[in-house]
Design a protein around this ligand. Sequence first.
Ligand SMILES: [Fe+2]
Ligand SMILES: [Fe+2]
Length: 294
Amino acid sequence: MTRVDHCGPDSQADADAWIRWRVAGARFESRKDSRNREVATMDTQSAPVETPESALQGYDQLIGAARQRFATSRGIRGMVSPDTDARTIAAFLLHFSALSVPITEPVEAWIRRAGERCEALGLTEMGRALRGHSKAEAGHHQYHVDDFINLIRFWNAHWTPHVDPDAIRAHGVTAGGERYSQVHEEVIAGPTPYCQFAIEYEIELLPVQYGQRFVDNCVRLLGSEILECMSFATSHIEFDVGHTKFNAHFLGRMIAESPGRLDPLVKAGTAALDAFGEHLAECMMLAESFGSRQ
Ligand SMILES: [Fe+2]
Ligand SMILES: [Fe+2]
């Protein structure tokens, strides 16, 4: 593209580019907030033309392939499949509970820090909303901790060899879990910390979409007694209906306000879904191997 500078246009194409540049520049200069230049430039790329509803539909369409990939990934397929056997699903619950603690405990801080970065960039409303949401996630790793304790008792009452809790915890953070943490850290440190909304939207949609099917499958295979060992899943089926509405509201609005945000939001949502799908797949593979021990 022809370089446009302060000398003014030489052709019609240059004139159009020059006008766009001047308008963008004027908008930038008139801003009184402390938003940094990178975000401000992105915000002035396109005028708002969409409603929040249509903007969210556009997002949902672009992230569709990642959601489809997640739906067919090994972990979630095993979680909801009628073909999974009782021993494997119980072993999955053990590994999922123990190995999800390290990626659930930091959630409150991830959301709060993303909110603080938004505020530092002048995105005050988004920042405040994220900081508020962070409080709703405080201590949720404790559901996994409690479930793990109850699952050890459940497993040992039904099967051998008995569970060595330390051996399961010793797997540490899964590779998917590492990636999942990295996705958050990159969003927090990068120029588009509001992408935390896309991460939350994708991950909090999962209990809404799959939670009840997963719980029903476990009850069918293991009996209703297993519900005492599934407090993370059962509580999040309820919590995340509200959280998803909240995320959807902000996502639609922020894209409608500045369509340039769509691309980084889809990228962050995709990265979080892929990483979380990998985490679940690893928990399922460990469960299959653990369940096959005699
Ligand atoms: Fe939560
Ligand atoms: Fe939540």
